[in-house]
Design a protein around this ligand. Structure first.
Ligand code: MN3
Length: 246
């Protein structure tokens, strides 16, 4: 299944749920809840021919970047998901840190590359919509200020990484971020629904160094009702949409 300009526009929709719900250019596998099954992500096609971004980006750069690098992240994400599924089966979590790292690295790599292709357009992608421009002006002062900050932030990323223009559904505004590597250790676009603080200040006075005991006790008081509401709000439009098979 290939991404379309429309996917990107709906992805960039200015409400919080639309930001998270509209990005659907990967994979075919779908569970009853509308999610991808573990290990079944597929490489999306480029939304334009390999030579469409000449002379800014050469055909050979796009071929290697898409067919080798991006494909590698899809493969790595699938592998990590399958290993984590295996762990849930066997109950052996001794390699959990490694595979969670792999999940974050490859999941973010896949997500960001999919968005990168949609972020580029042969000949340039026209003008922002009125609503988007309004949000840009409110968040940065002007389009010129945004472009300068985005370029400066991207240019100054330490080692490998990304410059990111993001909508933050909770702050309800646009932000420019630097992203080192792909992850550290999130999957970009993931919106927290339930969190557990494992900084020592959260448990040390009572549990000292017994972090697992604190976590196990906390498991009994997690608010799944509140988490359900957040899940419903974020997943609503995904649960109602049907993805096409390729
Ligand atoms: Mn890349």
């Amino acid at each position: 299944m290939k991404s379309t300009r429309r996917d990107f526009l709906s992805f960039m929709g200015i409400t919080g749920t639309a930001v998270l719900a509209g990005f659907a250019n990967t994979g075919i596998a779908e569970t009853e809840s509308g999610g991808f099954r573990p290990g079944e992500h597929t490489l999306p096609e480029l939304p334009y021919p390999y030579d469409a971004l000449e002379p800014v980006l050469s055909t050979s750069i796009l071929e290697i970047h898409h067919d080798k690098h991006h494909a590698g992240y899809v493969k790595g994400l699938n592998r990590a998901e399958m290993k984590l599924a295996e762990m849930r089966e066997t109950g052996d979590y001794s390699m959990i840190t490694h595979w969670e790292r792999e999940l974050a690295f490859h999941g973010s790599g896949h997500y960001l590359h999919s968005l990168y292709w949609d972020s580029l357009s042969p000949g340039g992608g026209g003008e922002p919509s009125l609503n988007f421009l309004k949000a840009i002006n409110e968040s940065f002062g002007s389009m010129t200020h945004l472009q300068k900050q985005l370029a400066a932030a991207s240019g100054a990323v330490e080692a490998s990484g990304w410059g990111v223009l993001a909508y933050h559904p909770w702050m309800r505004r646009l932000v420019v971020l630097q992203d080192e590597k792909h992850q550290n250790l999130t999957i970009w676009g993931a919106a927290p629904i339930l969190v557990i603080d494992v900084w020592e200040h959260a448990y040390y006075l009572q549990y000292e160094n017994r972090r697992m005991e604190y976590i196990e006790n906390l498991m009994g008081i997690l608010d799944w009702e509140g988490a359900s509401k957040r899940y419903e709000a974020l997943s609503g439009s995904n649960r109602n949409r049907k993805r096409q098979s390729p």
